[in-house]
Design a protein. Structure first.
Ligand code: HEC
Length: 122
């Protein structure tokens, strides 16, 4: 059914398995220490609520953001210099590390489940 939708393209199994591992999480871990200063060492406890959680975020999404931030297509003054000199592989490794860090289990989603299931807020 999906293949018959206008504009849809067939996705080959080879393409999706390549997408499963675009970076080396172990190699990215050492570099991610500097990022933890703002985003939290667990990638989910930023020093300010406006700092986004990276933990558990989609790897390809993260890599795209890192590419845009490095190219300054997405301008984040606070991150100026953070990605300077990093190779495409470095960015992929960083995306691999942060996407595999477990997301925060409490907070917004947990309280939403309590609200939706039990009709009250925590
Ligand atoms: C000085 C603080 C600071 C440091 C250090 C920092 N960041 Fe950020 N980062 C931010 C802020 C603030 C934003 C959100 C800006 C905005 O509102 O778009 C952000 C956004 C991002 C985003 C986009 C997230 C999204 O959901 O779209 C990614 C990915 C990211 N940072 C990765 C990193 C990585 C990887 C490092 C380390 C190499 C790093 N950051 C270091 C402050 C920082």
């Amino acid at each position: 059914m999906v293949a018959s939708l206008p504009g849809s393209r067939p996705v080959s199994p080879a393409a999706s398995s390549a997408a499963d591992s675009i970076g080396d999480p172990a190699a990215g871990k050492a570099q991610a220490a500097a990022c933890g200063a703002c985003h939290g060492q667990d990638g989910a406890t930023g020093i300010d609520p406006s700092y986004p959680n990276l933990a558990g975020q989609n790897e390809r999404y993260l890599l795209t953001q890192l590419e845009m931030i490095q190219a300054n297509t997405r301008n984040i003054p606070l991150m100026a210099g953070q990605l300077t000199g990093k190779s495409e592989q470095d960015l992929a490794n960083l995306a691999g590390t942060t996407s595999r860090t477990p997301p925060r289990s409490n907070g917004c989603c947990a309280s939403m489940i309590v609200y939706v299931c039990f009709g009250r807020e925590e």
